[in-house]
Design a protein around this ligand. Structure first.
Ligand code: GTP
Ligand code: MG
Length: 291
């Protein structure tokens, strides 16, 4: 058995969670087109004969605007301590900027081998890729530079073949059928939160957290109660929507994913609650499973 821990690190929205899901061919980490979707370090395990690669998906590193943001950055950087190898993901459609340089400095300080992943190459011309490689090569000594498209599953197999070379551990960390360290309870709240991120915009998704109130089996149906926490009354109105249309849509989409995940009929009750300034409160971050 060859194994190792691989941290997926980068700015928000570059495609870290999309890459993890693509490698595992299963959704273990929620994805959206809004920055700061991921709020926890999520382990996803890739199994192949004789190999166990443990990927750590992390929150995007950004300039924090509140206590939640500071905590997300801390989480991401914390993943470096466990990692044998770092995949530094960048979005090739965004120019190399201060945010990336900040992440690169943190990565250098961690002193781990770094592979630069140029993601979203489906969106640009091949010629541009060479230019980007030249720019990034000036900033850091990368072990390898690999252009991929996580969304289109382009060159993921090649990436896996490269990663095999870096698997030096011999310990088996997970059972063969286990693909994540996240609990079913966590997955439930994440599926709901993903739909909030999908359906709302601007400040709304970021001011939302989800909390599992109750889960029980009644006959063959899994009955799940989830609180959607918001930090202002006007955001509560947006989440509920006109005549409850938004909350209904969030519920329908989340239930669809949950039924697929649990392979069971689901009855999902959603409740919207206002908790003022929850993003600043340590106790709330702990209660909602972020800290
Ligand atoms: N065109 C294209 N879009 C991509 C690719 N990879 C990811 N995306 C899109 O980029 C957006 C962000 O993807 P995520 O996987 O949530 O990004 P992330 O890095 O995990 O973001 P945070 O969790 O906020 O740090 C989503 O809309 C994805 O569909 C890709 O290879 N090509
Ligand atoms: Mg993510």
């Amino acid at each position: 058995m060859k194994s190792g821990f691989i941290a997926l690190v980068g700015r928000p929205n570059v495609g870290k969670s999309t890459l993890l899901n693509g490698i595992l061919e299963t959704k273990v980490s929620i994805v959206s087109n809004k920055p700061q979707t991921t709020r926890n370090n999520i382990q996803g395990v890739y199994h192949e004969d004789g190999y166990q690669m443990i990927f750590i998906d992390t929150p995007g590193i950004h300039k924090p605007m509140n206590n939640l943001g500071k905590h997300l950055n801390r989480q991401a950087l914390f993943s470096l301590e466990d990692a044998d190898l770092v995949l530094f993901l960048v979005d090739v459609t965004a120019p190399l900027g201060k945010g990336d340089l900040f992440v690169i400095e943190k990565l250098k300080a961690a002193n781990k081998p770094i592979i630069l992943i140029l993601n979203k190459v489906d969106k640009i011309n091949k010629d541009k890729v060479l230019e980007i490689i030249t720019d990034y090569s000036k900033t850091c000594q990368f072990e390898e530079i690999i252009p991929i498209s996580s969304l289109k599953q382009k060159d993921i197999d090649y990436l896996i073949s490269v990663l095999k070379k870096y698997m030096k551990d011999t310990k088996k960390y997970y059972e063969d059928n286990q693909i994540t360290n996240q609990s079913d309870e966590f997955m439930i709240t994440e599926f709901v939160r993903e739909k909030v991120f999908e359906l709302t915009k601007e400040e709304v998704p970021h001011s939302t957290a989800c909390f599992l109130q109750n889960i029980e089996i009644k006959k063959d149906v899994l009955v799940i109660d989830v609180d959607i926490i918001v930090d202002k009354e006007n955001i509560k109105k947006i989440i509920v929507g006109h005549n409850g249309s938004m909350i209904k849509e969030i519920g329908m989409r989340a239930r669809h994913d949950l039924e697929k995940f649990f392979n069971k009929k689901i009855f999902l009750n959603l409740f919207v609650k206002t908790v003022k300034d929850w993003r600043e409160k340590e106790s709330c971050l702990t209660e909602y499973g972020i800290k």
